[in-house]
Design a protein around this ligand. Sequence first.
Ligand code: HEM
Length: 481
Amino acid sequence: MPTQAPTADAAESPTHGPARNEDEFRFPPGLRHNLPFYLFTRFFRPGNPILLFQHLVKTYGPVSHYKLGNNNIVFINDPELIREILITQAPAFIKERTQQRMKILLGEGLITSEGEFHMRQRRITAPAFHRQRIQAYASMMVKHAAAMRASWQPGQACDISAAMMELTLEIVAQTLFATDVTQEIRQINDEVNVIMQLYNYLIALPKAESYLHWPIPGLIRFRKARSRLDAVVYRMIAERRGSNEDRGDLLSMLLAGHDEEEKTGQSSMSDLQLRDEVITIFLAGYETVANALTWTWYLLSQNPAAAERMQQEIDSVLGVGPDARLPALEDLPQLRYTEMVFAEAMRLYPPAWAMGRQSTQAIELGAYRLPAGTYFFFSQYILQRSERYYHDPLRFDPERFTPEQKAARPRFAYFPFGGGARQCIGEAFAWMEGVLILATIAQQWRFHMLPGQKVDVQPKITLRPKYPMLMMAEPRVNEDR
Ligand code: HEM
């Protein structure tokens, strides 16, 4: 799950405080003094912190530095140094403040927890995401995508972003809770929408948790929606604990993981802990995939040759006319080009568009030495559009993801799912879901942007489209519909 860029929050004092004597450190080039006000207003324009990062890379190169209040902030645009932070020197870092602040909703779930506690939770949760386990969800993903494609009419205009949110929300709810939540999906959807509207703003504010209880209408709405969502989750947990039934869903796996831990004599996962993990997986698991799919449909609409090639692949794997069948798990190895399209879309529009860490001790990084408490940011959106690693980087070209081309790039020239011990636990789930949804829908439909629409990114927690994305659904010819 991504982060947000440093905003006014960076004016909070870091956990370990700035170095007493900054002379002993070697800082990268950049704005030596506090970020001047004019730059702050120019680049921290609400809604687009990407501008500041782009400015830093253009002016100072792959590693740059600036100060905001007492805080040292380093922006990195170099795959090897990102590897240093996420893997080689990972124990010397914790997540930066925006992600810590997500606790107002996620509690101590996988995204927000740290250290030993995180490692234990990750161990318990990992089996639920094993490749074999998630394969059981493939047919359910296809079933939901097929129901959505059957609901569209030729020539109908649809907001593809809203449609993808609805579809991925249904899928994650079903995979988490099996069948018993079907009735409540609409309600959950509404609560989540209320929560997310405010949450995006709340986590950008310093000390969000301290005024969460203020009697302000927006905050009251947030608290109510959170309580209703909690109530649904707690009820599911209670029912499942009572029945002791393995429904093959993620919740059963989390409970089974808890039992395993009990057998080994370790303390068990409380209801509160289960709640935090369930809400974390739930929220991390749908908006990211929905955004990835939305941008994929957008890019396909702008690149008809790639769309055509993907459809040919789908037809050759699944058949055409009356003999056409729905995709299944076994088809994934043959849907190579579809996967390359999805990969290329996440290169240009990575749903997790930036990540951040804070050092807990003095750090040697490349040619630099930085004090404890320094914030480090790096952005998938910026690095994955770098000319250094991608020729003609703004061009949509799925061929960049042939095995040969992938192998020719450094590991962290493409990192939509992060890396190291905190790498996205749902990565295999997301690839499977993305490719199966693309194949199911593209088998029958292609999409065209309605004329006169503005398209831009809105870098919130995830990289959303800034405006609704209205597309016309056109049935494919020679279809037996
Ligand atoms: C295209 C879809 C997705 C993208 C781009 C994405 C991206 C990411 C990234 C970049 C991180 C690491 C954040 C960091 O280290 O600071 C992450 C973590 C995480 N993601 Fe995803 N994710 C996606 C889908 C999913 C799905 C489908 C699930 C669950 C069903 C999920 C659950 C999580 C969880 C629980 C973590 C925290 C893992 C940990 O720290 O141990 N994600 N994701």
